[in-house]
Design a protein. Structure first.
Length: 86
């Protein structure tokens, strides 16, 4: 029973963080300003992991691929953690 709880907790936490990354990308496209409290919150929780990736992956024109790289890294880490749990 405890293993199932930890498994679900890990899945939910990684899913929420991935949704935060996606929201950080999409909301400015929909016109939400970075001065908005929601955007500041998303910036504060995602930037610590995005900044190191951004230092190693250059921009390609106007495109920033660091969120996609981070989502892939998070998925791999999640899978490893879930494999260890089970």
């Amino acid at each position: 029973m405890a293993v199932w709880f930890v498994y679900r907790l890990v899945r939910v936490l990684f899913d929420l963080y991935t949704l935060a990354l996606i929201a950080r990308i999409v909301l400015p496209m929909l016109g939400m300003s970075y001065a908005h409290p929601v955007m500041r919150f998303l910036w504060n929780i995602t930037e610590p992991l995005l900044a190191p990736i951004r230092r190693h992956i250059p921009l390609v024109g106007p495109f920033d691929f660091s969120p996609m790289v981070l989502i892939l890294i998070l998925w791999v880490v999640e899978q490893v953690i879930l494999w260890v749990i089970l």
